[in-house]
Design a protein around this ligand. Structure first.
Ligand code: NAD
Length: 324
């Protein structure tokens, strides 16, 4: 049984990670501004607190944990990170968290730290094609992310790598590509495309209309939460110390995503394209590196994850309608 600290344990990925680590038999402390919104937490200990506060960070890292997973960030979907309206907050909050966390880990001589980076670090000029975007790990530099969220992630990747070099920590960095699943943001302005599309389809009548931001041809690959956790744990316990993509290689356009969700729901829907933030034109995980260093890569079809996620969101939509 390992002693494990999960930062951002009240969030979507962190909440699921705590459940997985508990199922695997570990002792787990979670830290977040809030408890998970859905279904509570099985953590052995949970600190509700602000990781921007260095004293709180030191209190959270009060012993030499075997593993620290750093997932806390000021975070959201396109409606939150691509409008520009939240850039100062995003950069200030997330960078402060990462600076504090690493300092607290160094003081306690924590030897193994995981950092959740993002596909948003890749240069925008490599993602102008909807069919052949390039997101190979060694193309990150010269850097030119399309959002300040991506720039902060890149800065923090370098910060973790520097602490690894200078303070003898084993640092593991994943570049997550669009993770989705039940118990994530779906209706609060921070939701991402899969959850937003599930909600819109669940609320639509059969034959009704669903709005899509942009022309609907922008492409992405989406990773189901279970495979995200599997990749995270495999990477953390590997000996590979450079950033690695954790994502799916199954790329779809947003219009295709709507069609997939509509098929899962058993509804016919019409798509109406409206102006809205879109991010880059195309993005897909390149899994060459993860395959070669871990001998593993995500393989589950998108449809399987959408079935679980649609069922969960449709249940909430029905419940909201009943409560009204
Ligand atoms: P999330 O927003 O659900 O979780 C982040 C958590 O961090 C939230 O619960 C939030 O309350 C917490 N947090 C924010 N500021 C804090 C603070 N000052 N003190 C304490 N807690 C604070 O997001 P998520 O989808 O679970 O993402 C987890 C990590 O993975 C983030 O670092 C995110 O940038 C990264 N990531 C996620 C995706 C994805 O598709 N979900 C993709 C790429 C990278």
């Amino acid at each position: 049984m390992a002693k494990i600290l999960v930062l951002g344990a009240g969030g979507f990925i962190g909440g699921h990670l705590v459940k997985r680590l508990k199922r695997d038999g570990h002792w787990v402390r979670g830290v977040d501004l809030k408890l998970p919104q859905y279904g509570g937490t099985p953590a052995d200990d949970f600190i509700v607190g602000d990781l921007r506060d260095p004293d709180l960070c030191r209190a959270a890292v009060d012993t030499r944990f075997d593993e620290v997973y750093q997932l806390a960030a000021d975070m959201g979907g396109a409606g939150y990170i691509f409008t520009g309206a939240n850039d100062a907050e995003i950069m200030h909050n997330s960078a402060t968290i990462n600076l504090n966390v690493l300092d607290a880990c160094r003081r306690r001589m924590v030897s193994r730290v995981f950092y959740a980076s993002s596909a948003c670090i890749y240069p925008q000029e490599n993602q102008t094609s909807v069919e052949t975007p390039v997101c190979r790990e060694d193309t990150a530099y010269p850097a030119n992310p399309d959002s300040d969220y991506g720039w902060e992630k890149l800065f923090s990747e370098r910060l973790y790598l520097a602490y690894g070099r200078n303070h003898g920590m084993a640092v593991r960095i994943a570049r997550y590509h669009n993770v989705f699943g039940p118990e994530g943001a779906w209706d609060n302005g921070r939701e991402k495309a899969p959850a937003a599309v599930c909600r819109k389809v669940a609320r639509a009548e059969d034959g009704g209309e669903v709005e899509v931001w942009g022309d609907g041809r922008q492409s992405r690959s989406f990773l189901y939460i279970d495979e995200c956790l599997e990749g995270t744990l495999r990477l953390m316990r590997s000996d590979f110390g450079q950033p690695v993509n954790i994502g799916s290689e199954e790329m779809v356009s947003i219009d295709q995503l709507v069609a997939e969700v509509a098929a899962v729901a058993g509804k016919r829907v019409r798509i109406r394209h409206v102006p809205g933030p879109q991010g880059v034109r195309g993005r897909r995980s390149d899994n060459g590196l993860i395959r070669s260093v871990l001998g593993w890569a995500p393989e589950q079809p998108l449809r399987t994850g959408l079935e679980h996620t649609y069922r969960w969101i449709a249940g909430l939509v029905d419940q909201n309608a009943r409560d009204r």
